[in-house]
Design a protein around this ligand. Structure first.
Ligand SMILES: Cc1ncc(COP(=O)(O)O)c(C=O)c1O
Length: 390
C-alpha cells in the first residue's frame, strides 16, 4: 500500500464522490456542451457546467453572486497562465514577477521576453518571501503593466503576503495575476477584495478534482483587455465565422474536459461539506509532526523556513552527504513512500533557497494521511541515513 507524501504534485486519493461523478458522466449523463437538441441529457450537462462555474465564482469571487461568466475552464493552471500572459502582454509592455515562480509562469514569460516584453524578476529572501519594500521601490521607480505572483511556493510551502502585495499593486494601478496552484482550496482567497486581475487555478491539487481541470476567474475589465488565441466552435453564435468575444465563450473554443468538470463539480461540493478550514488544519498538524521529526535527524538542512508559520504542508529537505534522488527512491523501495526529489519545475525558486542545482527532497502530506504515515516516513529516513530514530 502506498504512503503518499506527494500531495503538492496532485492530491491523492481523490474523494469517492469525485471518481463517481466522472464515471457517471462518462457512462450515463455525458452529452456534449451546447451541441445537442436540448434533450434532457443536453440540459443536464449545461446545468452541471453552469453549476461548477457558479461554485468556482463563489469560492474565489468572495460572494455567492459572483458572475459565473467570468470563470474560464482550462486544462490546468499552466494553460490558464498561458492564456492570461500571452493574451494580455504585448511587445513593449513590462511585467514584474518573483524569483519563486514555477515554470508554468517563468517559461511563458521567457518566451514573451524574446518577443519584446520586458520581464523583471524580484528577488525573494532565503525563506522564499518577497520583501514588500522591494516591490514598493520597484513600482515607485518604473511603470509596469502586470505583476504575476505564485501565492505559495510549490518547493518549500512559503505563503506570500498576498494582501500586502495586492494593496501595493492596487496603489500603483498594476494588474495582479495570481498563480494559486498550491493554495486554491487550501487557503481562502477573495479575488474581489484583493482586486486580482485574474486568479489562475488548477483543479487537481487543493480542490481535489481530476487532473486535466483548471481555469481562471477574471476581473471583467481585465478579461475584456485580454486577447485570445484558440478559436473554433463554441456551440454559440454559430452563424459567425469569427470567434465571439463574449464570455465565457471567448476563451473556451472546442469541447471542454466535461468528465473532468463533472468531477471538479463534485469535488467542490465535497470541499464545501468537509470544510476548507478543517482540511487545512489537519494538513498543517501532519506537516508540523513531520517538521519536528525531520529536525531531529542529523545532517538535515531545510529549504526555506524551519517553522510552520505562513506555510503550507510542503517541506523540502536535504541531508548532508545524501543525494535527494536516491533518498526518494529508497523511500519507495523500503516502505512504498512516495515523495518528489529534484527541482520541482521551479529552478529559480531552488536558486533562491540555495538548493540549486541538485534540488531537494519534497515531502507534502495531505488530508488523507495519518500520523502513522508520518512516523513511518521518519523511521524509514532514519534507517536510510543509518541512525537510530528518536
Ligand atoms: C506553483 C505552481 N504553479 C503551477 C503549477 C502547474 O500546475 P499544473 O501542472 O496543474 O498546470 C504547479 C504544479 O505543481 C505549481 O505548484
Amino acid at each position: 500500500m502506498a504512503v503518499y507524501l506527494n500531495n503538492a504534485a496532485t492530491t491523492w486519493p481523490k474523494p469517492e464522490p469525485v471518481a463517481r461523478a466522472v464515471y457517471d458522466f462518462m457512462t450515463r449523463a455525458g452529452a456534449n456542451l451546447a451541441r445537442g437538441a436540448a434533450a434532457k441529457r443536453d440540459i443536464g450537462t449545461m446545468d452541471m457546467v453552469m453549476s461548477c462555474r457558479e461554485k468556482l465564482a463563489a469560492l474565489f469571487g468572495g460572494h455567492e453572486n459572483a458572475d459565473p461568466r467570468y470563470v474560464t475552464f482550462a486544462s490546468n493552471v499552466t494553460e490558464s497562465l498561458n492564456i492570461v500572459l500571452k493574451g494580455f502582454l504585448k511587445p513593449g509592455m513590462r511585467v514584474l514577477t518573483t524569483s519563486m515562480e514555477h515554470n508554468a509562469s517563468m517559461r511563458p514569460l521567457r518566451r514573451l521576453e524574446t518577443q519584446g516584453v520586458a520581464v523583471t524578476v524580484l528577488q525573494c529572501d532565503a525563506e522564499g518571501v518577497l520583501p514588500l519594500a522591494d516591490l514598493r521601490e520597484t513600482l515607485e521607480n518604473d511603470r509596469y503593466d502586470m505583476m504575476i505572483l505564485t501565492h505559495a511556493s510549490n518547493v518549500c510551502g512559503t505563503v506570500q503576503d498576498l494582501s500586502g502585495i495586492a494593496d501595493i499593486c492596487r496603489g500603483y494601478g498594476v494588474p495582479l495575476v495570481l498563480d494559486s496552484a498550491q493554495t486554491a482550496g487550501v487557503l481562502p482567497i477573495d479575488a474581489t477584495a484583493l482586486n486580482l486581475a485574474a486568479l489562475c487555478f488548477t483543479g487537481h491539487k487543493g480542490l481535489f478534482g481530476p487532473q486535466g481541470t483548471g481555469g481562471i476567474l477574471w476581473r471583467p475589465d481585465f478579461a475584456e483587455a485580454t486577447g485570445w488565441f484558440v478559436e473554433g466552435g463554441t456551440g454559440s453564435y454559430s452563424h459567425l465565422e469569427f470567434h465571439p468575444d463574449k464570455m465565457p465563450d471567448k476563451f473556451e473554443a472546442g469541447t471542454p474536459n466535461l468528465p473532468g468538470i463533472a468531477g471538479l463539480n463534485a469535488a467542490l461540493d465535497w470541499l464545501a461539506e468537509e470544510g476548507i478550514g478543517k482540511i487545512h488544519v489537519r494538513e498543517h498538524d501532519l506537516a508540523q509532526r513531520l517538521l519536528d521529526g525531520l529536525a531531529k535527524l542529523p545532517g538535515v538542512r531545510f529549504a526555506g523556513r524551519t517553522t510552520m508559520k505562513d506555510r503550507l504542508a510542503v517541506i523540502a529537505v536535504n541531508f548532508e552527504g545524501s543525494d535527494n534522488g536516491i533518498l526518494a527512491s529508497e523511500l519507495v523501495d523500503r516502505a512504498g513512500i512516495e515523495t518528489r526529489p529534484g527541482l520541482h519545475c521551479a529552478p529559480t525558486a531552488h536558486r533562491t533557497l540555495g538548493t540549486s542545482p541538485h534540488g531537494a527532497l519534497r515531502l507534502s502530506p495531505g488530508y488523507f494521511n495519518t500520523e502513522a504515515d508520518i512516523d513511518l516516513c521518519l523511521e524509514t529516513l532514519a534507517g536510510i541515513l543509518k541512525i537510530p530514530a528518536k
